[in-house]
Ligand binder design. Structure first.
Ligand code: NAD
Length: 498
């Protein structure tokens, strides 16, 4: 059986203690044993990163940017290999896996701009003979703790800005799909990153707690579920660390009566069921406005959903989405579907009996569509993170808006309409971080920033874009004055060198 250790000081190192199983979700088989780092292993890797950071932080930004430039080339070179490894542990289709790498790569491209992004500010003549300047300096060693659902993109979102800013980073990826993060570390080395500047430490709560309690770690960037995001934010704050922690989501899409219904239905199927619904920007709630809109929407959704092809990534283009990541996730989704039925929602498309010949032990979940979902139901309140779309019927625009406004999560939201005035009002009032207007998954590009509101995000700076460079640096402001003892009668008199 393949074993996966840690990436320490430029090479893979075997673990020495507990292990976890890494599955192939399409077959349900264990395909590797993953080392889980102990507190002592973490402390050693963190200390070594601290040493390596000194020289890296003193390296000029342009040289650091060149490592990012080379990394872009290597990611493109190895795109197919990375996507294959990613699909085999996550379960998503190969095009989705390539998208995962691509969206991460774009933040590495953005990080090539580090010399410009790190440039300070200067005020000439802030007072008589006084100049003032601000510089951005790296924090030191930072921690990046990432979820299973984007094992290439989210580590790269964090590592690009963190490393290009001159920090060393400890990446603690998800235990579910650790191979791609290990491959990324090897690629960074090949791109010229000095050993020790990036350590990939596999592990669970013990490894995370070691990061949170280490006095060497200066900042924690986290992405995952809301309860863990909140825990990490609170623990990091206790020891004075900077933290940005992004959590779960329940993204609504409002469909106005004037929307193009076919376009809206196509968008909902892609955004609701793509990647088996395991995207933090997936649409999981459709809110049609008016009974006629709701009926027209459901009529269009049902045949589209029934046509979805579910299968292993190895089936290539014949598959729309793959299995969910673990047996526990599969069971949790099916449990929530049962709760929806019991609490009175109407199950319009029932995927409970889904089974795939030859893959009976895989973690597949058929597509589900609920209608007449209400606020009090568990399927409405909870992030299901599976191929389950809930329809909530609103009688007015204001009622529809109130659903998205009142929900505890505020990651993404969308509106489908032909009315520019309604769209503008919506974008301005809605208390959600990322808004789509006739765009179902409004993920900002690398040079804007990504982040949710309410319980989808803890901390005050977003991921990628200029915010990421602010998060991974601190500002120092220098006020300087040069006494003019050497200046007499308007002339400079320089002391001769003896
Ligand atoms: P998760 O919270 O289970 O795990 C995330 C990370 O936290 C992993 O590295 C894991 O090892 C670690 N972890 C888990 N339990 C822990 C504990 N008790 N103490 C300390 N660390 C712990 O999340 P997941 O299931 O891997 O990912 C799915 C979640 O991530 C969803 O809720 C999804 O919405 C969210 N997500 C959010 C965004 C965003 O930008 N807001 C992006 C992607 C995913």
């Amino acid at each position: 059986m393949r074993t996966i250790g840690h990436w320490i000081d430029g090479q893979e190192v075997a673990g020495s203690g507990r292990t976890a199983d890494v599955y192939n979700p399409a077959t349900g088989e264990v395909q590797a044993k993953l080392a889980l780092a102990s507190r002592e292993e973490m402390d050693r890797a963190i200390a070594s990163a601290g040493e390596a950071q000194k020289a890296w932080g003193a390296t000029n930004p342009q040289r650091r940017a060149r490592v990012m430039m080379e990394m872009v080339r290597l990611l493109n070179r190895d795109m197919d290999k990375l996507a294959e490894a990613l699909s085999s542990e996550h379960g998503k289709t190969l095009p989705d896996a390539k998208g995962d790498v691509q969206r991460g790569l774009e933040v590495i491209e953005f990080s090539i701009g580090a010399p410009h992004l790190l440039k300070g500010e200067f005020t000439d003549g802030a007072g008589p003979g006084i100049d003032m300047y601000s510089m951005r300096q790296p924090l030191g060693v930072v921690a990046c703790i990432t979820p299973f659902n984007f094992p290439a993109m989210i580590p790269l979102w964090k590592l690009g800005p963190a490393l290009a800013s001159g920090n060393a980073a400890i990446l603690k990826p998800s235990e579910r799909d650790p191979t791609v993060p290990m491959m990324l570390a090897a690629l960074f080395k090949e791109a010229g990153l000095p050993d020790g500047v990036l350590q990939v430490m596999n592990g669970d709560k013990e490894a995370v707690d070691a990061l949170l309690h280490s006095p060497v770690i200066q900042a924690v960037g986290f992405v995952g579920s809301t309860p863990i995001a909140q825990y990490i934010y609170e623990e990091a704050a206790k020891t004075g660390k900077r933290a940005q922690c992004f959590g779960g989501a329940k993204n609504h899409m409002i469909i106005m009566p004037d929307a193009d219904m076919d376009q809206a239905a196509d968008a909902l199927v892609g955004a609701g069921y793509g990647a088996a619904g395991e995207r933090c920007m997936a649409i999981s709630v459709a809110v049609p406005v008016g009974e006629k809109t709701a009926d027209a929407l459901i009529e269009r959704l049902v045949p589209r959903i029934e046509k979805l092809k579910v299968g292993p990534y190895t089936a290539g283009n014949d598959v729309d989405y793959g299995p969910v990541v673990t047996k526990a996730a599969q069971q949790n989704i099916l449990r929530l579907v049962e709760s929806g039925i019991q609490q009175g929602a109407e199950l319009v498309v029932d995927g409970r009996d889904f089974s795939l010949q030859g893959y009976e032990d895989g973690f597949f979940v058929g597509p589900h569509l609920f209608d007449r979902v209400t606020r009090d139901m568990d399927i409405y309140k909870t992030e299901i993170f599976g191929p389950v779309l809930s329809t909530v019927r609103a009688q007015s625009y204001e009622e529809a808006v109130s659903y998205a406004m009142d929900h505890e999560y505020g990651n993404g939201v969308a509106i489908y309409t032909r009315d520019g005035d309604a769209a503008r009002d919506f974008a301005s009032r809605i208390n959600v971080g990322m808004v789509g207007i006739n765009v179902p998954i409004p993920v900002p590009l690398a040079y804007h920033t990504f982040g949710g509101w309410k319980r989808s995000g803890f901390g005050d700076l977003n991921q990628h874009g200029p915010d990421a460079f602010r998060f991974y640096t601190r500002t120092k402001t220098v006020t300087s004055r040069w006494p003019s003892g050497i200046k007499e009668g308007g002339e400079f008199h320089f002391r001769a060198i003896d």
